[in-house]
Design a protein around this ligand. Structure first.
Ligand code: C5P
Length: 215
């Protein structure tokens, strides 16, 4: 069984993906990390994010094992990821790795922007997780403050909201694999749901296809 979980920035899709994967004992891939990895290397080496050829070469040589999620969660890396993710050759370079992960015997859970549309269009379960921009900004802000990355001020929260709106716009309007609800996906709006209620709702969608996890 392939579970495809897509959605905009800070929608909680990553948390849901990890919990569903743990529940069913499936491997899980946060595909945003791949784009974040490319963006971070571009920033560290001082390359222009608009340089498609360099970004694509970095993507070609990216090794999942080298990606440290803790180093890739900050705002600047997220922003750089969304710029390089709009380059078609970068997306193509990362395609095989993601499809191979999705095609593992026994199945997998992947989260991102184009899992249900491009990476695994035949996934048995497709969920589009979303929440209002203000709620997503609030969650991302709390996470960044909790990590000590941001000051706990109204200005900082407004800046996070502006980032999220910019990222939504860029991810939804790009020509290659834009963020859209995949055909056959169920939209799960978590604006008014806590983490456990969101997980229960997502699990119900998976169980409708796969049945309860076997002990
Ligand atoms: O999900 P996350 O915020 O980590 O993703 C960072 C950026 O990577 C997104 O804003 C998006 O531009 C890009 N991305 C993508 N396709 C994916 C996953 C992430 O374009 N499957």
């Amino acid at each position: 069984m392939i579970v495809a979980i897509d959605g905009p920035a800070a929608s909680g899709k990553g948390t849901l993906a990890r919990r569903i994967a743990a529940h069913y004992g499936l491997p899980c891939l946060d595909t945003g990390l791949l784009y974040r990895g490319v963006g971070r290397i571009m920033l560290d080496r001082g390359f222009d994010l608009a340089n498609v050829a360099i970004a694509a070469a970095i993507a070609e040589n990216l090794d999942l094992a080298d990606l440290d999620p803790d180093r890739l969660r900050d705002r600047a890396t997220g922003e750089a990821a969304s710029v390089v993710a709009a380059h078609g050759p970068v997306r193509s370079a990362l395609l095989d790795l993601q499809r191979a992960f999705a095609g593992q015997p026994g199945g997998a859970v992947l989260d991102g922007r184009d899992i249900g549309t491009v990476i695994a269009p035949s996934a048995e379960v497709k969920i589009f997780v979303t929440a209002s921009p203000a709620e997503r900004a609030r969650r991302r802000f709390r996470e960044l403050v909790g990590r000590g990355d941001l000051a706990d001020t109204a200005e900082a929260e407004a800046a996070v909201l502006a980032d999220i709106q910019k990222r939504d716009e860029r991810d939804s309007s790009r020509a290659d694999a834009p963020l859209v609800v995949a055909p056959g996906a169920t939209v799960l709006d978590t604006t008014d749901l806590g983490p456990d209620a969101a997980f229960a709702a997502a699990l119900a969608l998976v169980e409708a296809v796969r049945g309860p996890a076997r002990p």
